[in-house]
Design a protein. Structure first.
Length: 439
């Protein structure tokens, strides 16, 4: 008897991905779990991570506390992304569509809308910084023209889709790894600047909490994207391999680039422009370093644009993924033009506020996943108990928020310590664990 042959629709990197948010068929699946390491390593060698290294210097946080905060935030955030990435092969779905197993189709609209806004914001942030880098190399060309050029490049990568993004990040992990290694060698030659840095803040712990929260928020902000880039793996891929590769890729690149940013901030002293500071510190290698910053922005924004389109599809916006990507490119471009002048003042607040919705959502998702509550064939319209757990997790955490935009009463009583991420996760997780799930 003849065996029916499956037709593989999607093999070439330069082919536009034919899938949206539907389940990826088994005949399209791959075995390369190593791709998780190169993807997350490449996309985090980016300008936003580098700029984050300037934050502890502006806060006046001592070196030991800075290193501890960077380690804590990166370890927890990286493991979180790895845990969610392990769901991709099991269900063959994007992360926010997997969320429907907990929240229901309409219940997942709110987290998907939040993620849509987050991805647009990250796209604009990276595009602004990348354009600043281009202006350093090409000072005579206006900001709006350079930013448009970057948007076109990033849009093409995102439109081609999943397979091309993976190969692009693999190339970037090598190219950017070499470029930032050159930057790191230069910083090692001036390593004494680290040991001569001795600020004496009145109270270290609130500053430590801000730095750890900002670091976690950067890495953890990838969590709603995680399975978007693992759903093409075979469903029998060991979860431990996916968690390990994704976590290691995130941690190594994020921690490394934040240390590079810290070193440049110390060498440049009171420079408020992170790109100009890097160019100055690197001397004859300045142009090379700025090129690395620009390429890093494109590596991160490829994921932001791709996952943004999947977020829109998870809200049931009836547009092709490629069309949605073009719309987001235009929106992000406008935000880049509007926000460029006030970027430095808003970056810390953006990072902190970004994570406030993510940890309650992750708490609901992980509680259901670990209780084996995901039922792939019974996705309902709305599971109110899970949506309430998510919303209550956010509301309960509000008094713990600490930023220049808003400081809650509990955060104020704790000297500005921000515990929002922990509280939001624990409340949502606990409620989900004990509340019955509607059928």
């Amino acid at each position: 008897m003849a065996v029916r042959q499956h037709t593989v629709r999607y093999q070439r990197q330069l082919q536009i991905e034919p899938y949206g948010v539907e389940v990826i068929p088994q005949e399209e699946r791959q075995k390369n779990s190593w791709s998780q390491l190169t993807l997350w390593f490449g996309c985090n060698l980016t300008i936003a991570d580098f700029a984050l290294g300037f934050l502890p210097v502006s806060l006046g946080l001592p070196l030991w506390a800075t290193l501890a905060a960077l380690l804590l935030g990166n370890v927890v955030g990286s493991l979180l992304v790895g845990a969610l990435a392990s769901m991709g092969p099991k269900y063959g779905l994007p992360q926010l569509v997997i969320g429907r197993f907990s929240f229901g189709i309409k219940g997942e609209y709110l987290p998907a809308a939040f993620n849509f806004l987050s991805t647009v914001g990250w796209f604009a942030v990276n595009n602004i910084l990348g354009t600043f880098g281009l202006q350093t190399l090409l000072p005579g060309i206006p900001f709006f023209i350079l930013s448009l050029g970057l948007v076109v490049i990033q849009g093409v990568v995102a439109i081609l889709g999943h397979h091309f993004i993976h190969i692009y990040e693999r190339i970037m992990s090598i190219v950017l790894g070499v470029l930032f290694l050159v930057v790191s060698v230069r910083l090692v030659q001036h390593s004494s600047v680290f040991f001569s840095y001795h600020p004496h803040p009145a109270n270290v712990w609130p500053l430590f909490a801000i730095m750890a929260a900002a670091t976690f928020s950067y890495v953890g902000s990838w969590a709603p994207y995680a399975s978007d880039y693992s759903r093409y793996l075979k469903n029998d891929t060991p979860s431990a391999r996916i968690v390990s590769f994704a976590a290691i890729g995130n941690f190594l690149s994020s921690f490394w680039l934040e240390l590079v940013g810290l070193g440049v901030a110390l060498l440049a002293k009171n420079s408020s422009n992170s790109i100009a500071a890097l160019h100055s510190v690197m001397g004859s290698f300045g142009d090379l370093a700025v090129i690395a910053i620009i390429l890093g922005g494109t590596a991160a924004d490829a994921l932001n644009l791709y996952s943004n389109a999947l977020s829109a599809l998870a809200i049931d916006i009836r547009l092709p993924r490629s069309v949605m990507t073009v719309i987001t490119c235009l929106l992000g471009l406008i935000l880049s033009w509007i926000g460029a002048g006030s970027f430095e003042n808003n970056y810390e607040n953006f990072l902190l506020l970004l994570g406030y919705w993510i940890t309650p959502w992750v708490g609901v998702l992980l509680a259901d996943f670990w209780k084996n509550q995901f039922q792939t064939r019974t996705v309902t319209s709305l599971r109110l108990s899970r949506l309430l757990a998510f919303i209550i997790g956010i509301l309960v955490s509000i008094p713990f928020m600490s930023s220049s935009l808003y400081e809650g009463p509990i955060a104020k009583a704790l000297g500005g310590t921000d515990l929002t991420f922990i509280v939001g996760f624990l409340v949502a997780f606990t409620l989900t664990w004990f509340l019955p799930k509607e059928s």
